[in-house]
Every structure is written in C-alpha cells, then in structure tokens.
Design a protein around this ligand. Structure first.
Ligand SMILES: [Zn+2]
Length: 674
C-alpha cells in the first residue's frame, strides 16, 4: 500500500535589520554563524540581557520587514497586532520568556505558488502542475542566545539574543522532500529579493522544522459504495463532498472541542476547497406579524446547503425542525445538522419538501474515517536545503515501513543525522507544552494603515499600502518575464533571477545588446526587429557566458557579480562578437578573462592581443594545407575512422592560433573529405 505524506513546515528566519528587535544593540547575525565570528557577548546591553527595570522598544524596520514578507507571500496583513510573552525557562533565554506573537500575528492566510513550469525541475512528481502551499501565519519574535557545551560546563553567548526572528508556519500542503526543498529555496530567493534577510541555512539564519505524517488516502472521502446510484437523492454529489469534509474535520479534531472551533475548521476547509459559503447567516422567520430576527444559520454553502453545527449528546427532533424551518425560509433544498460531540460523527439530512423527489434513508450513507491522518512526527535541526529534502524522504520511508508492518508511528521529535542520512528520536511528545502566553505589558499594541483602516494623522501607525507600493518584482514573476521577454531558457532564468544583482546585470546586458546587434551591421531591420528575430539564440549565449564562463572566472577569483569589472555594455559587445563569429569560442574564453582582468572593452583587447576571428583568416586554405600535410590520417578518416575529426580540428585551432571557428572548420573538412 502506498501512503500519502502530509507535510507542514515551520521556518524561522533572522531579519537583517541594523539593530536587534527590542534594543539598540547591533544585529550582526551574519557574523554569528560565520568563520570570522564575533567575540562572545559583544552585542549585549541591559535590555537584551533582561536586567530588571529595562523596557523593550520594538524595531519598526523589523515589523516592516515581516509585512514585506507577508505581502510578497500574498498574506492578509493585520490591521492591529500585539506582542505576547511566551513563557518557558532555558538558559539561552535571558528573560525567562520570549517576546513573540500569539493570537494576533502580523500576517495570515498567504500562499506561495510552486510550479514545475517556473522552477524547471522536471524530475519532480508534481512537475507541470502548479501547486499552492498555503501560509498559515507569519509572526515576529526575538531569537535566543547560543549555548556551547564544553567538557566541564556550558558557555552562553547572548549576541544572538534579541535578534529579530520571523516565524512562518505553513498549512500541511507539502507532499514530498523535493517540494519542501523547492519551497524553502523559493522563500530564500523572495527574502533576498526583498532585502530583509540573507536566509543562509548553513549560518543558521534560516531554520526549518518539518512535521510529517502519512495517511493511506489523499483526503478523507465519504464512502458511498453501499449507496444505490440509481436512487435520486437531493444534491447527492454536493452533500457527499461536504460530508467528506465534515468527516475529515471530525477525524482530525476528534470530539472534544467547542462549537466555535468546529465552525472555524469548517470555514477553513471550505476556503481550502474554494467552495462559496456564508457564515452566520441571519434567518428571518415570521410568526404572524412578528419577525424573529435574532436567528442565525451556521453556514450556507454554495447557496444550496445549510449546515447547523452542534456539540451535544445527540441531535434532537427540535434541531431537525429548526433546520427545516431555516431551509424553507431561505428556500434552500437541503440542510445538514452535524454533531461533533460523538465518537462517531452524527448527522441528519433535512430535505426541503419543495425540492424533494425521493429521499433515501440517510443511514445508508456510511463514512469511511479509517484513513485518518497518521501520527505527526517533527523533524528539527535541518540546516541545508538538501537536509530538508533527505530527511523528509527518509522519514516517509521509515513511517511507511512501520505502517506496513502493522505497527504504530510514535508521536515524537526527531533530529537529522547528516552523515548517516537518518532521522533519530530526540524526545517523545507527551502532550503539548503550556507556554502561558499573555500580552506583553511593556509594548503598546501595533496599528497598521491598510485600505480598510481609518486612522487619524497624528496616530502612530505603519503604512502597509506604502510598503506594498514599494515592493520589488517577485522572483516567480521575474523568472517568467526573463523567459517571455528576453527569451531565456527556464534553467538559465532560474539561476539568473535567484540573485538580484545578477538579474540586474543581465537586464542591462540585454538592453545594450539591442544596439550592439544593430551596430554589427550583419542584420536587417530595426534594433527591435533584430532582437526579436534572434533573442532565443542570443539569450542562450548570454545565459551560458554569464552563468558558466563569467561565473566560473569570478568564482575562481573569489569575486561576486557585484565586484565584476566588466560593464554590461562591454559584455553585450562581447556576446555580439561571439554571435556574429568575430571571435571563436576558444578565443572568446581568453578575451573574457582579459576583459575581467583589465576592465577594458572587447574590441580593443581583441585588436591588441590578436584574438580576432575569421575576418582575415583564409580558413579554406588552412583546411587544404592540413589535408595535404596528413595523407595517412586522411586515408584513415576516409576508411571510416571519423573520430579523427578531432585531430583535424585540433590542427586547425593550432595553425590559426585559436581564431578559426571550429564549427565552420568541421563543415569544410567534411566537404573536402567526403
Ligand atoms: Zn541589547
């Protein structure tokens, strides 16, 4: 049997603000995990060391950074928010509590679209299908200090204590290790584009936790196999789908919650399934001339089905009668009364007689709730994208093995052993920790100006609309534009847009190329027409020379693209020279290296160093000379030893000092030797 994994993630990202979250200490998080390091307890003060009487002052830049992330990830931004104290004791936490956010996070209900088309990894199971990963919430908190365990004790370094930390929680929408990795990579690119975080996993600036469970069906569906399909039932398909969702909620949550919790859960699955609904619909019933107007139906779904949610010992006749009145008053075909308090979900279908054709006995409607979501296992300490992918894949295998052996998966937290390539048990969970959250009394609530809020001019607020207008283009959009507008191949577009500075450079090169191609005098038409006719081929050259060749030269010199001395104009001219065959690819390598070393323009270097191509080279004559000089080899070639073409090309490159175009030369050889 194959099991379907359900994976959610919690991702912590250190923000790269100038100072810490609640004090003026420097936030040098980039140095904390790096080789050069930072002297222990250098960036500390009474506030982040939690001396008595100190007061935290929130860092507005950090709040704005999280809002940027929220906007980029299509979240709803809070109109008001606050900080809360999360209480727990650990020596890396100076206050004895962490300032975090509990019930009013800055951002909620976002989504990231992962798409095979845009990401370009065809090997993935979901390639070609775009897949939404929903973001449940993003909130802001402070990081903890760092403990180092030595032989005779433990050292504590509070440089990191109070560094602004963004926590992002997804819905359990991820389906594989590859997808989780891609999701994390996408987030990293987005945060870098927004310039809010470097999100380097190896440095601990981005930390991923995975929770994963297996189930034997993608989603709990109502089992209708015993139902006679010929029976006409009011809204059969719609109501079965709905019942399937109610069973899913009952299976996941069990029978111990309040009515409001089940209502929230219903709202969530209706949203997830993109089913239209109205919650708390006012029902107006008439009693003679008296209007009973304080009545509300819990949900009206798709303008057809009314749902009444109960948490009680059993559904009474009064419940059914009330539902019946509601659906008649609203002229709806069907009502469902559902009671979550029972171990087995209890429900009653209530038909509006005006719609009834034939109603089957509802007891033949049997739910299959066996395929419950499995036990949730958490994996922590994943400090690379590869570790995220491998740990998930390993865990899927491990849990599948357990389930196939007929055993139970234990609810626990597991770590990841990179060398062994295995997850290992860290601690078995016994109930959830009670952090006794309460609102942070030292920080006033936060207010935001959104389209909906009205604030007075003299009020302190953060202007969300303004932040929104200033957002840069998002990576996924940019990738698509680089493909559509510039003709880049997917794989090149992905690499180029992953680094904002490289993307900027590539855009400048492309814009310069329009004119260089026109100036080359080798093409007919306007700069635009020439570009449009050749852009795929040119973009391929740009991609290859920019990423592989220039990237390689820079890497060898330990330089970044920002430190690149070749101007976009010169690089565009260089690409034009290759495209118009003014320089052979062999000499182009040398030319590029000289350009990087001198910062000079390619045509001058070409002339000075005699690297020019075929202009004054008589290729035809050279080919004939080589053929005449090597009669034995020619004979062998003609006898079928075609691998000898390499020898001829080698000779011609040597004779021409690398100026000959190898493709052209090969064609000439083939002509003359056939
Ligand atoms: Zn401080």
């Amino acid at each position: 049997m194959s099991y379907k994994p359900t994976i959610g993630m919690e991702i912590h990202v250190e923000l790269k603000t100038a100072t810490k979250m609640f004090c003026g200490c420097l936030n040098e998080n980039e140095k904390i995990g790096s080789a050069e390091g930072l002297a222990p307890n250098k960036n500390v003060c009474p506030v982040c060391l939690a001396h008595p009487g100190t007061m935290p002052v929130p860092n507005v830049e950090a709040i704005k950074s999280v809002i940027k992330a929220g906007l980029a990830l299509n979240c709803q931004i809070a109109e008001k928010s606050k900080f809360d104290r999360k209480q727990y004791f650990y020596p890396d936490l100076p206050k004895g509590y962490q300032i975090s956010q509990y019930d009013e996070p800055l951002c909620q209900n976002g989504q990231v679209e992962l798409s095979g088309k845009n990401i370009g990894d065809d090997s993935r199971a979901f390639a070609g299908n775009s897949h939404l990963i929903r973001i449940k919430r993003i909130h802001l908190e402070e990081d903890t200090g760092k403990l180092s365990h030595i032989s005779d004790g433990t050292l504590v370094d509070y440089n990191r204590a109070g560094v602004p930390l963004m926590e992002l929680v997804t819905e359990p929408d991820i389906e594989s290790g590859a997808e989780a990795k891609e999701f994390c990579q996408e987030l990293q690119v987005i945060f870098r584009e927004l310039e809010i975080a470097d999100a380097n996993m190896e440095k601990g600036q981005m930390r991923c936790e995975v929770n994963i469970s297996l189930s034997n069906e993608p989603r709990i569906k109502a089992n209708v196999s015993r139902m006679d399909d010929k029976t006409e039932i009011v809204l059969k398909d719609e109501s079965y789908e709905l019942m399937g969702l109610l069973f899913e909620i009952h299976t996941k949550l069990g029978s111990i919650y309040k009515e409001i919790n089940y209502q929230d859960a219903i709202e969530e699955v209706l949203k997830r399934e993109k089913i239209s609904y109205v919650r708390e619909k006012q029902i107006i019933l008439k009693f003679n001339d008296l209007e009973l107007s304080n009545l509300f139906a819990d949900f009206i779904v798709d303008n057809k089905i009314l749902i009444e949610v109960k948490v009680k010992n059993f559904i009474t006749n009064d419940d059914v009668r009330q539902t019946s009145r509601y659906i008649k008053s609203e002229n709806l075909p069907l009502g469902i009364v559902v009671n979550f308090k029972k171990e087995k979900l209890e429900y009653k279908r209530v038909i509006n007689p005006a719609f009834e054709k034939f109603e089957n006995n509802s007891s033949s409607f049997v739910a299959n709730s066996r395929s419950a979501l499995g036990t949730k296992v958490e994996i922590k300490n994943l400090n690379s994208f590869r570790a995220v992918e491998r740990a998930i894949d390993y865990e899927i295998k491990r849990q599948t093995g357990i389930l196939e052996a007929g055993e139970k998966v234990v609810q626990e937290t597991r770590g990841w052993d990179e060398t062994k390539g295995e997850t290992f048990s860290q601690r078995v969970k016994e109930g959830s920790a009670d952090y006794r959250y309460f609102p942070e009394p030292d920080i006033p609530p936060l207010k935001f100006k959104t389209q909906l809020t009205e604030l007075k001019d003299n009020e302190n607020f953060i202007d969300v609309e303004k932040i929104k207008q200033e957002l840069p283009e998002m990576p996924m959009k940019k990738r698509q534009r680089f493909m559509d507008e510039y003709g880049f191949a997917l794989v090149d577009a992905k690499i180029i847009t992953a680094a904002p500075e490289l993307a900027d450079y590539a855009e400048n090169v492309i814009s310069e190329l329009h004119n260089w191609l026109l100036d080359s005098g080798q093409f007919e038409g306007t700069a635009e027409e020439i570009w449009n006719n050749n852009r795929e081929k040119v973009a391929k050259l740009v991609g290859g020379w920019l990423i592989n060749k220039l990237g390689g030269l820079l890497a060898a010199r330990k330089l970044s693209y920002v430190e690149n001395t070749i101007t976009a104009e010169n690089f565009a001219e260089f690409v034009t020279m290759i495209f118009t065959r003014r320089v052979s690819s062999t000499n182009a390598n040398k030319l590029l290296e000289r350009m990087l070393e001198t910062g000079g323009d390619p045509s001058s270097i070409l002339e000075d160093e005699d690297l020019g191509g075929g202009d004054n080279l008589d290729l035809n004559k050279l080919v004939e000379e080589i053929i005449n000089k090597n009669p034995d080899t020619v004979a062998q070639f003609k006898n079928g030893k075609t691998a000898l073409m390499k020898f001829f090309i080698g000779q011609i490159m040597k004779e021409s000092k690398g100026k000959a175009d190898p493709v052209e030369a090969e064609n000439l050889f083939l002509q003359k030797l056939s």
